[in-house]
Design a protein around this ligand. Structure first.
Ligand SMILES: [Zn+2]
Length: 401
C-alpha cells in the first residue's frame, strides 16, 4: 500500500472550514491498475454471492490506485459482474486527491457531477453512490445487509445499533439521505464533524434506512471488518438470521392460473412473473431506497373479491396506476407475492428486493418499531434521474439472475 496523501486542507475554495476526521485524511492506494482490479474482484466476489448482503444490482465496491484512478462498480451492473471482471467504471480522482475527505463539500460536489455525468462515449457510468467512495479509503465495500437493515430501519435506529456494536472498533452513523450526492454530502458532514483530529476514519459506517459501508487498506481488511459487524448483528438477532437465502417458485404453480393470467392481462408491459413467499405481514411502507426503485411505492394486495374475477384485478391495477403514475410491480395473493418485470431478469430483481424488504421488516420487529421512509422521500426516489438510468440499464441487460 502506498500512502499518497496526508492531511491538511489545501485546495479548498470558499467552502466551510474543514475539521474533524477530514483534517487528517489519509488515503492509501494500491500500486498498480492490475493490483487494483484484483482487489476489486476479490471484495466484489465476497459480497456478490450473498443475497443477504446485496440484492439485484444493489451494493457497490471501489479500489483506488496510486496513479489517481479509481475502479468502481458501474451503475446498473451487479457485484457479480464486477467479480467476473465486467461492469467496472474508471474514474479519475486525482483532482479530489489533494482534498479527498479534506476537500470542501464544493469540491466533492463538482467531482461527483463531473464523474457521474454521461461521457457520451458509451463508457459505463460509475455507481450513483460514487461520492461515498471518493471520501473513503483504498478499498470500499457498500452493502445492504438484511441483518443491518433490521436495525437501521427502526425508530431510534442509531441507539439500537450502537447497543450491539459498542464493543467493536469505531463506527460512524449517517442519518438518512437520498442515495447519490446527497448521501455523499451527508457522510462528508459526519466526517467534518467527527471526533478528534488525527483519528483514523472508523472502518464501519452505518447508513440509516439503507445499509453499511466498510473501507480499509485491502480487500482482506474490508472483508474482515464486514464479517465482524455482520456476526455481531446476527448474534444480537438470536442467530437464526444467519445466511438467509432467496427462494422463489413458478408463479403458475403457487397461484391460481386465472389470477396469473388476469395480472398478465392487467399489466401487459410486465409479463414476466416470479413468485416468492409472503407468509408474514407485508412491510409497513418502503423501508430502504432500493425497495422503492425496484418494487415501486407499494404492492397490490389481492382481496377475496379481486381474486375471484379478472375485472377485480383490472380495477386494482387501474387504481394503482392512477395513484402512483406507474404500473404495479408486486401483487400479494394470500401467502405469496408475484413480482413482475418486463423480462425474467427484471422480475427476479424485483423479487430479490421485495423479499429482502419483507425479511428486514420481520427482523426489524424484533429490534423495535419499523420506520418506513417518509412519503416525500419515496416520491424523491421515484423521480430521481439516476435511479431511472440504473433501472433502465438493469432492464436492458435483463440477466440479473
Ligand atoms: Zn446503497
Amino acid at each position: 500500500m502506498v500512502l499518497v496523501l496526508t492531511g491538511g486542507h489545501s485546495g479548498r475554495g470558499g467552502d466551510e472550514d474543514v475539521q474533524g476526521y477530514a483534517r487528517t485524511a489519509v488515503i492509501a492506494t494500491v500500486p498498480s491498475e492490475s493490483a487494483a482490479r484484483q482487489e476489486l474482484i476479490k471484495v466484489s466476489a465476497y459480497a456478490a454471492e450473498r443475497w443477504d448482503f446485496v440484492q439485484a444490482s444493489g451494493g457497490n465496491t471501489s479500489v483506488k490506485s496510486a496513479d489517481g484512478t479509481m475502479y468502481v462498480k458501474a451503475s446498473g451492473c451487479t457485484l457479480a459482474d464486477v467479480a467476473a471482471g465486467r461492469g467496472v467504471a474508471v474514474v479519475e480522482y486525482s483532482s479530489l486527491r489533494l482534498g479527498a475527505a479534506a476537500a470542501g463539500s464544493d469540491a466533492l460536489t463538482e467531482w461527483d457531477r463531473k464523474s457521474t455525468s454521461a461521457s457520451g462515449h458509451g463508457e459505463p457510468r460509475p455507481t450513483m453512490e460514487l461520492s461515498l467512495h471518493g471520501l473513503l479509503g483504498c478499498v470500499v465495500l457498500h452493502t445492504h445487509p438484511l441483518v443491518a437493515n433490521a436495525f437501521l430501519c427502526v425508530e431510534e435506529s442509531r441507539a439500537r445499533i450502537e447497543e450491539v456494536v459498542k464493543d467493536q472498533s469505531g463506527h460512524l452513523y449517517v442519518p438518512y439521505a437520498m442515495p447519490g450526492l446527497e448521501l455523499g454530502l451527508a457522510l462528508w458532514r459526519v466526517l467534518a464533524d467527527g471526533a478528534r483530529a488525527g483519528d483514523d476514519v472508523p472502518k464501519v459506517i452505518f447508513l440509516e434506512n439503507h445499509g453499511v459501508v466498510v473501507h480499509g487498506d485491502s480487500a482482506d481488511d474490508v472483508i474482515g471488518a464486514h464479517e465482524r459487524i455482520i456476526g455481531a448483528l446476527v448474534d444480537a438477532l438470536g442467530g437464526e438470521a444467519d445466511r438467509l437465502r432467496f427462494r422463489s417458485e413458478q408463479a403458475d404453480t403457487a397461484v391460481p392460473v386465472d389470477v396469473v393470467s388476469a395480472i398478465r392481462h392487467a399489466v401487459p408491459q410486465r409479463p414476466a412473473l416470479i413468485c416468492i413467499p409472503a407468509d408474514f405481514p407485508v412491510a409497513p411502507g418502503v423501508l430502504f431506497p432500493d425497495a422503492a426503485v425496484f418494487c415501486g411505492p407499494s404492492a397490490i394486495v389481492l382481496d377475496e373479491d379481486a381474486r375471484r374475477s379478472a375485472a377485480g384485478v383490472q380495477r386494482l391495477a387501474a387504481e394503482y396506476l392512477a395513484a402512483w403514475g406507474q404500473p404495479a410491480r408486486v401483487w400479494v395473493c394470500r401467502d405469496v407475492a408475484l413480482c413482475s418485470g418486463a423480462n425474467p431478469g427484471e422480475a427476479r430483481a424485483v423479487a430479490e428486493v421485495w423479499l429482502a424488504q419483507q425479511v428486514v421488516a420481520r427482523l426489524a420487529g424484533r429490534v423495535g418499531r419499523p420506520r418506513p421512509l417518509p412519503g416525500e422521500r419515496v416520491a424523491q426516489l421515484l423521480r430521481s434521474e439516476s435511479e431511472v438510468y440504473r433501472r433502465e440499464v438493469a432492464v436492458r441487460r435483463g440477466d440479473h439472475a
